[in-house]
Unconditional design. Structure first.
Length: 280
């Protein structure tokens, strides 16, 4: 009856995704049913690790992260865990041969959030983004291409750039909470207490370059099972970036930009028309 437990675990990862991110779950729902569960499984794993370092302030975060990592490796080796999130994630890791280097890079960035508060060089910044976002894009790409190594290598750089863009938008959107509540500053050589228009523009331009590369070299070339769902996530984050771009720099620390449910539905409808007309 392991199959029943695996199905329950997959359902749990799906529920976690829907509870924590209506936007991401909407995008996942636009993927082919054949790959949705695996993307939910990836999200559940990275979401729980992120929750440990960002929200469990009344607990020993280092100890929780250590147990989480050890339990994952037990699950991966034995192909089972009584933690539904880890049980579902190990299914996806083993099914698509997701390299351990990706999981290790992700966990390294998460563990850095336990003690590191500033990223003073571009090298530190890039390494953190690689682990916290780029490798998540690569894990998803492993699912999307379903073992086609040539296609994976062709789309790899674009997947990383899209992951980077998503993460940088999150950084910009969450500046207030990261800086004031978590005492973190990810952007190197920028005084978040005095974010000016020029510094903000440099960040915006960097994100727009990532988006352009990811769209032209990745999204347009994705397998049909994945293209529309990834495009929806891209459109959502582009809209967030547009709102951030129009917000005066001095207001970013006072406002957390959101996309309304009505705007999400509007984005979905217009994106679907473009997709059906083969504009993307």
């Amino acid at each position: 009856m392991k199959e029943l437990f695996d199905n329950v675990s997959n359902d749990f990862s799906k529920m976690v995704t829907k509870k924590y991110s209506t936007s991401f779950s909407m995008a996942v729902n636009m993927l082919s049913p054949k790959i949705r569960a695996d993307i939910y499984n990836i999200y559940g794993f990275v979401r729980f690790a992120d929750e440990i370092v960002d929200t469990f302030h009344d607990f020993d975060k280092k100890q929780l992260m250590s147990h989480f990592e050890k339990d994952y490796y037990f699950a991966k080796e034995h192909k089972i865990s009584l933690n539904p999130i880890l049980n579902s994630f190990q299914q996806t890791v083993n099914r698509y041969n997701i390299p351990d280097e990706m999981v290790q890079a992700f966990l390294k960035s998460m563990k850095a959030d336990l003690h590191k508060t500033e990223y003073n060089t571009k090298e530190e910044y890039d390494e953190y983004i690689f682990g916290s976002a780029d490798v998540v894009g690569l894990m998803c790409l492993k699912v999307f291409v379903n073992g086609d190594e040539a296609q994976y290598l062709e789309l790899k750089d674009a997947a990383m750039r899209l992951g980077s863009a998503f993460q940088k938008v999150n950084f910009l959107r969450d500046l207030k909470d990261d800086f004031e509540l978590l005492n973190r500053s990810y952007f190197p050589n920028i005084d978040l207490g005095k974010l000016d228009a020029a510094s903000k523009q440099l960040i915006i331009e960097e994100i727009e370059e990532d988006f352009e590369f990811a769209y032209n070299n990745g999204i347009l070339k994705l397998p049909v099972e994945a293209k529309f769902g990834v495009y929806m996530a891209y459109r959502y984050y582009r809209r967030l970036l547009s709102k951030l771009k129009n917000l005066p720099s001095e207001k970013i620390m006072d406002t957390r930009i959101r996309i309304s449910n009505s705007m999400k539905i509007n984005l979905l409808a217009r994106s679907y028309v473009k997709y059906k007309l083969n504009i993307i």
